[in-house]
Every structure is written in structure tokens, then in C-alpha cells.
Design a protein around this ligand. Structure first.
Ligand SMILES: *Cc1c(COP(=O)(O)O)cnc(C)c1O
Length: 416
């Protein structure tokens, strides 16, 4: 069957519009293992070059860590490559249960269930746990996978202003009579790098008899004194009813995710979680290696300290140079540009200067909120950061944005 030309035209027109508005995303091809310095071919066919990576989620530097690689090789020999089954048919090995137990201990939950990704975990939760009389009240900036997960649920949905617990209280009062109420937030917000006010959220949940859902994907492994997450940071580990997270970021960065939570909630997901019932089990090599990664993470105090020091150094360096960044304490450091084309152009110039940092713009962030999201890693040496800062300053000078306020950047380049 031919692809109907009129349909092809429709897609082509949309793609053209995306390109013209500066919103077209291009992949850059990396030809080496993930790390602080990587070899990249960009654009496709261009000579490969070595660049400093300022945009991976490799927070603890474990993605290509020798101990992690050794575990992965061991895993292949010990438990094979694939399971060719979902969990409940013939896809559960001893290591799947062991990882679930280890995660419960690390994350401080009663039980844990694995998923192939945190995206799948978030797709499972709301549909399986809530029905049409219930209410989901989410922060307005939650991750796209939570938004999609909520769409799958019959429960009613409302939002509160980002990080605004007064507004959340109003919403809880409004829905006081619902049988089940769930407050839904990211632990660390992926685009802005700020923390959810979990202490206040937990207090409100207790007052109103609501459940608390936290997606800690950008925190697990490195936020909190022992890297257990934002709930550890705020001292509310045992107050979180549903915690989702990924193994695709700090925990080795391959893939996989989980829901850690109250025993009955996890049991409900084993019975009703659709991605759990209808999608393949987490590959043995990732399951086994994530178990070893959790052991490494428990002892990764030095990496966490280096990450904190790198973050402080980088935030200060960019601020002193005259960039507008989002304030905060996490290794997610957005450099605000507000205009998608400017973000694309700054990213391209940074690449020419040997720094890999991509522009983020609609639909990944709201319109008029374009930025370069930089991220720190324990794998960065001070010399990487110094070179990257020099490059940022050269590019900032070229575009004449150093020392400008947000308003001045917006009035010069416009919002897009
Ligand atoms: C990255 C991320 C996800 C998706 O995790 P995957 O395991 O890659 O599917 C979900 N939620 C948040 C907050 C994230 O940052």
C-alpha cells in the first residue's frame, strides 16, 4: 500500500512549521560510552569531535563506571540476555525480587514493583489506584509521563500552581469530600531543578487525609544525606505513599523504573498495572546491575560531595559571568534564554566551542521559557568545568547577553 500523498503532505507541512519556528530537534550521534567528555558526530557525516558533556543525567558518573560494567558482564553470564515474557507469566527471576527488596530498603517503602521505565511506572499508577469519584491534584509542572499517566485514569484531575502550597490547600478544601485524594508532584522538577516543598505537602496530606505521590527520578541516588531522595532531604521518608523513580539517570543510566510505596498499593499494581501486565519484564542484565549499583550508591558519599561541589562551582561561575540561571541547589542548572531560536543558536555555538549542551524549548518547556539546561556530574573534573565556562562566556559575548536581566533578554530577542 502506498502512503497516501495528501497524508504525507500534512505531516510535511507540520514538520516545516516546526522547523520554521525554531522548534526542530536534532539528534547528535555519540560514538563512545557516556561520560564527562564524549566523541560526537554532528551533524551526521561531519567529522567526529571531542566535547564536554553538560547535559546528561549521569549525576554520579556511574553510566560507564568499571564496577557497573563488570556487574553487567557477570549478569549476562549468570542470568542470560532476555526473558521473553512479562513478569507474571514466566518473567520473574530471583534477582527481580531481590532488586525490589533492595529498592524498598533504600527508598524506605513497604514494597516495590519494577517497570521497564519510570514512564511506564507513571502510566500504571493513576489508572490502577483511582477511579471516577477520586481526585488527583498535581503540581502544574509535573513531568510529561505523569500528565500522560493521569490521562489514563478515570479520576478527576485538577492542578495547583507550581510549588504553591497555599493554592494546594485551597484545592484540597474544594475536594474535601472525595473518597481518595492524591497530591502529585515531582521531587526535583526536571526542567527548573527546584525541589517540591515536601514537608508542607506531607503536612497538608495528613490534615486532609490525602495520599502523596512523588516522582523522584531526578533525585534518587544523590539528593539527601544518603542519596535516598527528596523525601530524605526533607526528613519525610516514611510519609510518601507512592514514590516512582528511574534507573535511567543516576542509577547507572540504562533503563528501568519502579513504584515504591505502601504494600497494598504495590499489590494493586501487580494485579492491575497495565504496563506491568502487558509489557516485557525488566531485562536481567539491568536488574542484576541495578542491584550492584544500589550497593555502590550507598557508599557513594565521595561522588555525592563532588557533585555538590561541582554544582556550586558551576552555578557561581555562570552567575559571575552574567548569565541568568534558575536559582537552586540541584545539579540541574538552566541557563535562561526565553527564545527558542536563541537557545538553538547558543547551543550550536557552544558545540563549536567544544561544549555539548542542548537547547530546551516548546513543547519540552512552556512557550517563552526556552533555555539551555546544563547538568553536573560527579564525573566532571574541575578542568572540564573551567573549559565549559570559558566556552559559555565566549558564546555569551558573541550573542551579547552577558549581564542582561531576564527582561532585557526578552525585549531583545522576544519570547518563543
Ligand atoms: C526521566 C523522567 C521520567 C522518565 O523516566 P524513564 O525511566 O526514562 O522512562 C519520569 N519522570 C521524571 C520526573 C523524569 O525526570
Amino acid at each position: 500500500m502506498a502512503f497516501p500523498p495528501q497524508i504525507r503532505d500534512i505531516y510535511q507541512q507540520t514538520l516545516n512549521a516546526i522547523t520554521e519556528s525554531g522548534l526542530y530537534k536534532q539528534e547528535r550521534i555519540i560514538t563512545v560510552p557516556q561520560g564527562a567528555e564524549i566523541t560526537v558526530e554532528f551533524p551526521a557525516g561531519a567529522p567526529q569531535r571531542s566535547v564536554i558533556n553538560m547535559c546528561s543525567n549521569n549525576y554520579l558518573g556511574l553510566s560507564s563506571h568499571p564496577d557497573v560494567l563488570r556487574s553487567a558482564h557477570e549478569a549476562l553470564n549468570a542470568r542470560g540476555y532476555g526473558m521473553s515474557s512479562v513478569r507474571f507469566i514466566c518473567g520473574t527471576q530471583d534477582i527481580h525480587r531481590q532488586l525490589e527488596h533492595a529498592l524498598s530498603e533504600f527508598l524506605g517503602s513497604e514494597d516495590t514493583i519494577l517497570f521497564s521505565s519510570c514512564f511506564d511506572a507513571n502510566a500504571a499508577v493513576f489508572e490502577a489506584l483511582l477511579d471516577d469519584k477520586d481526585i488527583m491534584i498535581s503540581d502544574r509542572l509535573v513531568h510529561a509521563s505523569i500528565v500522560d499517566g493521569m490521562r489514563l485514569s478515570k479520576a478527576q484531575h485538577d492542578t495547583y500552581k507550581h510549588g504553591d502550597t497555599d493554592h494546594l490547600r485551597k484545592k484540597l478544601e474544594m475536594y474535601r469530600d472525595r473518597p481518595r485524594k492524591m497530591i502529585i508532584t515531582d521531587g526535583v522538577f526536571s526542567m527548573d531543578g527546584d525541589l517540591a516543598p515536601l514537608r508542607e505537602i506531607v503536612a497538608l496530606a495528613e490534615e486532609f487525609g490525602a495520599m502523596v505521590f512523588v516522582d523522584d527520578s531526578h533525585a534518587t541516588g544523590f539528593i539527601g544525606p544518603n542519596g535516598r531522595g527528596v523525601h530524605e532531604h526533607f526528613g519525610v521518608v516514611d510519609k510518601i505513599d507512592v514514590l516512582t523513580t528511574t534507573f535511567g539517570k543516576a542509577l547507572g543510566g540504562a533503563s528501568g523504573g519502579c513504584v515504591a510505596g505502601r504494600k497494598e498499593i504495590v499489590e494493586m499494581l501487580r494485579q492491575r498495572g497495565r504496563p506491568y501486565l502487558f509489557s516485557n519484564t525488566l531485562a536481567p542484565v539491568i536488574t542484576y546491575t541495578t542491584l550492584q549499583v544500589l550497593k555502590l550508591v550507598r557508599d557513594a558519599t565521595e561522588q555525592r560531595e563532588r557533585l555538590i561541589a561541582n554544582t556550586a562551582y558551576w552555578r557561581k561561575g555562570l552567575t559571575d559571568a552574567g548569565f541568568v540561571i534558575k536559582e537552586g541547589i540541584t545539579p540541574i542548572v538552566p541557563v535562561m534564554l526565553y527564545n527558542a531560536k536563541l537557545a538553538q543558536s547558543v547551543s550550536a555555538d557552544l558545540y563549536a566551542e567544544g561544549v555539548y549542551a542542548v537547547g530546551f524549548f516548546f513543547p519540552v518547556v512552556a512557550q517563552g521559557q526556552a533555555r539551555i539546561r546544563t547538568q553536573l556530574s560527579a564525573a566532571h573534573e574541575r578542568s572540564h568545568l573551567d573549559r565549559a565556562l570559558d566556552a559559555f562566556i565566549r558564546v555569551g559575548r558573541k550573542h551579547d547577553i552577558l549581564g542582561l536581566s531576564s527582561e532585557e533578554i526578552i525585549s531583545r530577542f522576544g519570547l518563543s
